[in-house]
Design a protein around this ligand. Structure first.
Ligand code: GLU
Length: 510
């Protein structure tokens, strides 16, 4: 494929849902795969829905996910400006061209008049549609004289420009995901192209910009499929059918239980992130936690998202960006809804953590530990990461599960203490503590050797000693290898914790 150009065209109406990131990811992958261009266009023509900070959020989220655009607002490119509100003057010409060629008309119906028609239709159990059947009964340039049209426009009456959708035609779309899709024009309404504030609607601006920005492929969510019929008509009416982009509509992302479309509220309801980054809205209901703040790595989020609607056709699940670019193809995008499985997201993150070199994880883990007031040197942190990385799913768990490496443990598993501690073990532990003091070469193998020898010699059992040894050091019976844990804690700390633990143990069991 030559010179392919793809775009991500979000509207800055709030935080970008994870589905938006998936759309951006697929566009980006295809652009990278064929050495094409990935464009960011901000579709901000609906001023009533504009939310301050949303554009910044979109850029931050794309950057965090490694999806930096090649062209876009603040980035530049040959086809700018890339913010539709800055392109306002471009669209009028095309709207008027549509009127001149008879494919659109001026409509003067006021919002109040239309509201009355809508509610009248509703009370008859119908929905009002401004279309070929009714346009001749309404106030527009098809029903009033040319003079009146000019007079109204000149005196500043509000008007819109509507597309004159033809009757009795089939609009065919060869979607790269769905195959042939057809729409009957009698089902379509005469969509507004230019609003009374002089701004284009999404439909007009989107088509004009895709054309002027030489977009070759439009990959977007399934919810835009119905609009595509109007878009195809627009390409035809503007004389651009020859260079119309190819369309690929992505399957919906479904709730974790598979029932219905995933919504932003599901995140709050289930305590899981459905946004890439946290977003602070004006009210608590509009404030959401992001994958980043939840402790996910961008690579893992991308890997997880890539699989929401696509699969490589093999068993391979773990992909880094380069692999993903190689493997990705539009043909392997599925048609049916993809279930948002948060456990699977955690699994992906765990796998990426395991795969990463501990050195590369250092910049992620260090801030988590220093935020808690601990500043060990890098060598210590690297050993810590080595020990923990197979056990955690998300980054904060490095602290949640491994805080005892930095400070006395704050939680002691009392149930296990009750099960495992017997006062008669006290003497054996005194000996063990003394023995540990004598180990000069304090490495895991050596410690293991000595401890095991001790257990055998004293005719004790591993099951009796090792869990309580671990409890005395970490407060829990779970965790990385106990001997490696001892090495990282260091001999003085190990013996200190063992001798301190008797008191706690006796208190619990006594
Ligand atoms: N502005 C639309 C959105 O918010 C763009 C849809 C499209 O890609 O055409 O998703």
């Amino acid at each position: 494929m030559e010179n392919i150009r793809l775009r991500f065209a979000p509207s800055p109406t709030g935080a970008l849902h994870i589905g938006g990131i998936r759309t951006a990811r697929y566009n980006f992958l295809l652009a990278r795969k064929y050495n094409g261009t990935f464009v960011l266009r901000i579709e901000d023509t609906d001023q009533t829905r504009y939310v301050p900070g949303a554009e910044e959020y979109i850029l931050d989220a794309l950057r965090w996910c490694g999806l930096s655009p090649d062209e876009g607002p603040g980035i530049g490119g040959d086809y700018g400006p890339y913010r539709q509100s800055e392109r306002k003057s471009i669209y009028l010409k095309y709207a008027e061209q549509l009127v001149a060629s008879g494919h659109a008309y001026y409509a003067f119906d006021t919002p109040e008049e239309l509201a009355i028609l809508r509610s009248r239709a509703e009370s008859d159990g119908n929905t009002f549609k401004y279309d070929a059947k009714v346009r001749h009964q309404l106030t527009n340039s098809l029903t009033i004289s040319q003079e009146e049209v000019h007079e109204r426009i000149n005196r500043g009456d509000d008007y819109t420009i509507r597309l004159a959708v033809p009757q009795d035609e089939l609009v065919l779309i060869d979607d790269l995901v769905r195959g042939r899709v057809q729409f009957h024009t009698n089902e379509l309404d005469d969509k507004v192209m230019l609003k009374s504030d002089g701004m284009p609607t999404y439909h007009l601006a989107n088509i004009v910009d895709d054309h002027l920005m030489r977009i070759t492929h439009v990959i977007r969510g399934e919810e835009w499929l119905p609009s595509t019929a109007h878009h195809v008509l627009l390409y035809r009416f503007l004389g651009w059918e020859e260079t119309m982009p190819a369309f690929a509509h992505l399957p919906l992302i479904m709730k974790p239980n598979g029932k219905g479309k995933l919504s932003k509220r599901d995140g709050a309801k289930l305590g899981i992130p459905v946004f890439p980054l946290s977003w602070k809205g004006p009210t608590p209901e509009n404030t959401f936690i992001g994958f980043r703040e939840f402790g996910f790595l961008p690579e893992a989020v991308n890997n997880f998202l890539a699989f929401l609607g696509w699969n490589p056709g093999t068993d391979q699940e773990l992909f880094d960006m380069a692999d993903l670019t190689r493997a990705f193809s539009v043909e392997k995008i599925g048609k049916s809804g993809a279930r948002f499985d948060f456990d699977k997201a955690r699994w992906f993150n765990q796998q990426h953590l395991i795969k990463m070199k501990s050195e590369d994880l250092l910049p992620w883990v260090k801030p988590i530990i220093s935020e808690k007031g601990h500043h060990p040197d890098d060598a210590f942190l690297l050993s810590f990461i080595n020990l923990m990385k197979e056990r955690v799913h998300v980054l904060p768990e490095f602290w949640d599960q491994g805080n005892y490496f930095f400070t006395d443990y704050t939680h002691l598993d009392e149930k296990m203490v009750r099960k495992k501690w017997k006062p008669e073990l006290r003497e054996a532990f005194n000996h063990l503590e003394a023995l540990i003091q004598t180990i000069d070469d304090f490495n895991a193998e050596n410690i293991q050797h000595h401890v095991k020898y001790f257990i055998t010699e004293k005719e004790l059992s591993f099951g009796a000693i090792l869990p309580i040894l671990r409890l005395s050091l970490t407060g829990t019976t779970k965790g990385p290898d106990v001997f490696a844990t001892m090495v990282l804690l260091g001999k003085p700390e190990v013996t200190r914790r063992i001798s301190n633990s008797y008191l706690h143990f006796d208190k619990i069991t006594g």
